[in-house]
Design a protein. Structure first.
Length: 409
């Protein structure tokens, strides 16, 4: 269900909070880029033993590639703030995990890093004066050097919602939500004269400046979590609303995919993961903690994100998706001829149709033809005339994906 949902919503990158084997199996052969995570409760063992780290990589990474397109490993989550007693084990854990990837010849395609809370950045405005909590420098400096030497990146969790709440009215809601501001309302860094139109950019640039303070200037930032709750206690959390969540996430996605960059690094896109796919009904804490998802636990959209001009659709807006499938009851000889052509001269990758692969079942000519026809149709950019196949193919808006067999759409 999750893999089909990701594919139908055109989500091409996903971060898992662990390395659940069932989830990884569902993501196999989808092409979706996956970041797996070493949970905090496993960090102690991984950071104390090279052999334990190697075993973790063997079970949770090597066993699943290349079928699962794993591109990164997040070691722990906000360890320096959530688990400070384990801080000294963080860099050894990163090194041990990386060594295991080197041994498996996977270090070129899978990067290793660790997500940090943006609360580690002190004096974050103006961004040019930002610095990381100095008590953490004995861990932070070698960690940054490790990330540099392995061609990795700084993972950062950025939550303008919390910055807005904690500012006691100093940060305007529009500034947190990426809403357009008149020039006189923009925040200006007096040292650089850079203008900031949203909290997100200011935090990311604060991270860049804080790294520069430690003489690290060429390390990219990837935002591993960002979002806005769509519901909360109306008395104490009045800004946790569907409208604000829709506004924030829509504007964030548009900001990222347009490669707007930040004032310090204009035009340099900041890869960003939205937190999160599903609501978590059982999550403890204040009411809003349960309602960060784009979907509820049953896959029903919390709201619809309309992303004008982005070419992307999220939540339940799938009205523009089309698929090319075999006509019901069509001549099987013509269908087979269409399969042979699509998988041959048409250059469609038909390996998912082979025995044991996700789209082999149902093993019928019609089902296999639908997959082959659709992949050709989308490979050709859905151009006119590419869903014909001697008259045995037709265009539909009904997604034919099933189980772990995902159709391009």
């Amino acid at each position: 269900m999750v893999a089909a949902l990701l594919k139908s919503q055109q989500i091409r990158n996903v971060r898992l909070n662990d390395a659940d084997p069932a989830m990884l199996a569902a993501l196999a052969n989808t092409g979706i880029r996956v970041t797996v995570s070493v949970p905090n409760e496993q960090l102690l063992a991984v950071g104390q033993s090279n052999a334990t780290a190697a075993n973790w990589v063997a079970r949770n990474v090597v066993a699943h590639v290349p079928a699962v397109n794993i591109t990164a490993i997040a070691v722990g989550s906000e360890v320096l703030t959530a688990l400070p007693n384990a801080a000294t084990l963080l860099v050894p854990a990163l090194r041990y995990i990386h060594s295991a990837l080197v041994a498996a010849n996977l270090d070129g395609v899978i990067k290793v890093s660790t997500p940090h809370s943006s609360s580690l950045i002190l004096d974050s405005f103006p961004p040019s004066q930002a610095f990381f909590n100095r008590t953490l420098e004995p861990v932070f400096v070698p960690m940054l050097k490790f990330l540099q030497s392995t061609g990795s990146y700084l993972m950062l969790n950025v939550y303008p919602y919390y910055d807005y709440l904690q500012s006691n009215g100093i940060i305007p809601l529009d500034y947190a939500l990426f809403r357009p501001l008149p020039p006189n309302k923009e925040a200006v860094d007096a040292n650089t004269l850079l203008h900031y139109t949203n909290v997100f950019d200011a935090i990311v640039d604060a991270a860049y400046f804080a790294m520069a303070y430690l003489n690290v200037t060429n390390l990219p930032v990837v935002v591993m979590e960002s979002g806005w709750p769509h519901k909360g206690d109306p008395t104490t959390e009045p800004d946790a609303t569907t409208d604000n969540a829709n506004t924030y996430n829509s504007n964030l996605i548009r900001h990222v995919i347009n490669s707007t960059g930040t004032p310090k690094h204009p035009g340099v896109s900041v890869p960003t993961y939205i937190y999160e796919l599903y609501d978590e009904d059982l999550r403890p804490g204040v009411a809003s903690e349960k309602f960060w998802g784009l979907f509820d636990a049953n896959g029903v959209p919390a709201y619809t994100l309309h992303l004008t001009g982005s070419g992307m659709l999220l939540a339940n807006d799938t009205s523009s998706q089309t698929f090319c499938v075999a006509k019901e009851g069509a001549d099987e000889k013509l269908l087979q001829a269409g399969i042979d052509w699509a998988c041959g001269p048409g250059k469609v990758d038909c390996s998912p149709l082979t025995q044991g692969k996700p789209c082999y079942d149902p093993d019928t000519v019609e089902a296999h033809a639908s997959y082959a026809f659709n992949e050709y149709y989308h490979g050709m950019g859905m151009a006119a005339g590419t869903c014909h196949f001697s008259g045995v193919a037709a265009i539909t808006t009904t997604d034919p994906s099933h189980d772990s067999c995902l159709f391009s759409g």
